[in-house]
Design a protein. Structure first.
Length: 243
């Protein structure tokens, strides 16, 4: 895995944060100077000198206000970028050897009614016109909507309803990762085979694991996320649940 791009991105985020903090410090200094000018004894100054003093104070205040705005923009942008970098899909590129089944494509029509599927845990087929938001689910959603998520390139991790908390914590962490308009859902599912701990699916792709393995799941996500037959831009999809 090439960490150079991630490292460069992290450095840029840190620099932006430091710039924002520097502007904030400069703004505080400006406010202090403006306050000092305001408290200064101007009784002995001539009218023109008083006007110049007031103009200087107003200039310092305006400059300080501007610096605060710039500081907020820099710090806010760096925090947003840091959050995005934390859950970059590139971090999941473990390049682990995985066994993935390529399933039959049963189509991608839309239907509001109750649907049945050829596969026990379907990875394609007619589905609801509505999808689900990315995230960790404690209650099982219907396959009708889950298949719609797969159509948009999402990854779904199916786990046993009585899974141990340690596994649930790991799956919850993974649901924060996104790529373009696609994301990850972790859902409880009694259809997971008893001899498997999780089943991970993408559109027409299935990987079953006897035991959860971070490298295998990460590799599956990296290789299959955002590769559904209908890709929606992130600015339109906004975390799923919008179609």
């Amino acid at each position: 895995m090439d960490h150079s791009n991630i490292s460069t991105g992290t450095d840029a985020i840190a620099i932006l944060l430091y710039i924002g903090l520097a502007f904030f410090v400069a703004a505080v200094i400006g406010y202090l100077l403006a306050a000092k000018a305001h408290k200064a004894n101007t009784s002995r100054l001539k009218k023109a000198e008083k006007q110049a003093q007031n103009k200087k104070r107003r200039t310092l205040l305006t400059l300080s206000h501007t610096l605060v705005i710039i500081a907020i923009i820099c710090v806010g942008t760096s925090l947003i970028q840091r959050s995005s970098s934390k859950y970059s899909v590139e971090k999941l590129n473990y390049n682990a050897p995985i066994q993935v089944t390529t399933d039959k494509d049963y189509g991608r029509g839309h239907d509001e009614g109750m649907l049945t599927y050829e596969m026990k845990i379907p990875t394609s087929g007619t589905h609801s016109p509505h999808d689900l938001k990315f995230g960790f689910y404690k209650e099982r959603p219907g396959y009708e909507k889950l298949v719609h998520n797969l159509e948009h390139g999402d990854i779904i991790i199916h786990y046993h309803p009585d899974a141990p908390q340690a596994l649930l914590d790991q799956l919850e962490y993974l649901t924060h990762f996104k790529k373009a308009g696609a994301g990850i859902l972790a859902v409880p599912n009694p259809d997971v085979p008893s001899d498997k701990e999780i089943v991970v699916t993408a559109w027409t792709k299935t990987m079953q694991l006897d035991k959860y393995d971070e490298a295998s799941v990460g590799t599956f996500i990296y290789q299959n996320m955002d590769k559904g037959p209908e890709q929606i831009p992130s600015e339109v999809r906004r975390g799923g649940g919008t179609m």
